[in-house]
Ligand binder design. Structure first.
Ligand code: AMP
Length: 380
């Protein structure tokens, strides 16, 4: 099987690594340069979308901000999975909110803003405080504003207006501010025949809007709630492949924050912590193969490496740690790789994370120590 991935970043790279043992060959399509590249070496394999499509048995995507003309050509080839509609929805918060409503899953109250009148109406309908998010192009907390009180409304409006004027299809979604206890996500997979299998929930720690740590958790009530919501969304989309749902946990009630129609950063722990990792399961699903197991095999946490291209060798000396570099050039804040830390119990995991926090610089790995301490006090 030959799978073409739209996007040539770390997710295509990890799909390539996971596909090799199954003889699934991956090439990656850079949607900006239109080059076909090897996902590990970035070596040039060819050029042009038609050429890339012709060589592929299946086409999938590693991100949702893909020009629609490219998606439409892929759709016409009949080879694209999960579905170009799912990718378009994932890249547009307006469509995403409509999908959540259609699927009947709880999400934060919202109002779409195109004009000053809509902005006034949003304050009335959604209430304050609120979070304002650009509908297109925003991710990792980019293109977002917080409006806490009516007195700030006049000063924030010019920024919202400028954002809406950026492009004809741009708008802003005003969303109620949710005072959540924590953020969790569910990564799951749906096969061509409609079989659904989900991984254990992950608890996610963000720092400045970017995921810094993600750990598999065991909470059966929350897990079944999340699985029900996952099933509704995946079935509404007639989805095939790995899908991630990000939630706010408010006193044990989940609200969907957003969806990602692809393998997800909060599922990287599955490489060491689950029977079959999210990358392999995505490939199995889109290639029409039976799904692999999604059970937890050992407590595992993932720590993102942001803006660093080397780590102290002490990390590799820790037997619980697996380093996954993405082969990217260093830039401040850039996702450069991740470390998966596994253990035989949650208490041992907390100890391993604490050891790691002593090896690594706290400024670059801000969530590590506090999460280790929190875990050592929990009874999971
Ligand atoms: P997003 O790009 O939607 O994932 O938002 C980035 C981060 O902002 C989330 O991970 C939350 O920590 C926070 N956030 C987003 N929406 C809300 C909301 N409605 N209420 C409270 N916090 C939010």
């Amino acid at each position: 099987m030959h799978v073409l991935v739209l996007g040539a970043g770390q997710l295509a790279r990890m799909m390539s690594l996971a596909g090799a043992p199954l003889n699934i060959q991956i090439s990656a399509f850079d949607v900006t340069s239109e080059n076909i590249v090897h996902p590990l070496t970035q070596a040039l394999l060819g050029h042009g979308l038609d050429n890339a499509i012709e060589q592929a048995d299946v086409i999938t995507a590693e991100f949702e901000h893909i020009p629609h003309d490219i998606l439409d050509i892929c759709e016409a080839s009949g080879k694209f999975l999960p579905s170009t509609e799912a990718i378009k929805i994932g890249g547009d918060r307006r469509l995403e909110k409509a999908l959540l409503d259609k699927s009947g899953v709880a999400n934060a109250k919202y109002h779409v803003i195109n004009t000053k009148d809509d902005f006034t109406k949003a304050i009335e309908l959604v209430g304050l405080p609120m979070v304002l998010k650009s509908t297109l192009g925003g991710y990792d907390g980019k293109g977002q504003w917080r409006l806490k009180s009516q007195s700030e409304a006049d000063s924030i409006w010019p920024e919202i207006e400028d954002c809406i004027a950026e492009s004809p299809n741009q708008a802003v979604v005003a969303e109620a501010f949710i005072p959540f206890d924590r953020e969790v996500s569910l990564v799951g997979v749906r096969s061509i025949d409609g079989t659904i299998s989900v991984y254990p929930l992950a608890e996610n720690i963000h720092t400045n809007g970017v995921l810094s740590l993600s750990a598999a958790i065991t909470d059966s009530a929350l897990q079944s709630q999340a699985k029900q919501m996952f099933t509704k969304v995946a079935e509404t989309l007639n989805y095939v492949g790995v899908l991630a749902l990000e939630f706010f946990d408010v006193s044990g009630q989940l609200l969907v924050n957003e969806i990602a129609p692809r393998v997800h950063n909060s599922g990287h722990w599955t490489q060491q912590g689950a029977e079959v990792c999210q990358f392999e399961n995505h490939l199995r699903a889109v290639c029409g193969l039976p799904l692999g197991g999604t059970n937890l095999i050992r407590p595992t946490a993932m720590v993102n490496i942001l803006g660093e291209d080397r780590l102290p060798t002490g990390v590799l000396k820790e037997q619980a740690c697996h380093i996954h570099w993405y082969g990217k050039d260093k830039r401040p804040g850039r996702k450069m790789g991740h470390i998966n830390v596994s253990a035989s119990s949650y208490f041992e995991l907390s100890e391993q994370l604490l050891i790691l926090s002593e090896i690594l610089d706290e400024a670059s790995f801000p969530a590590l120590k506090s999460y280790a301490i929190k875990l050592s006090h929990s009874d999971s």
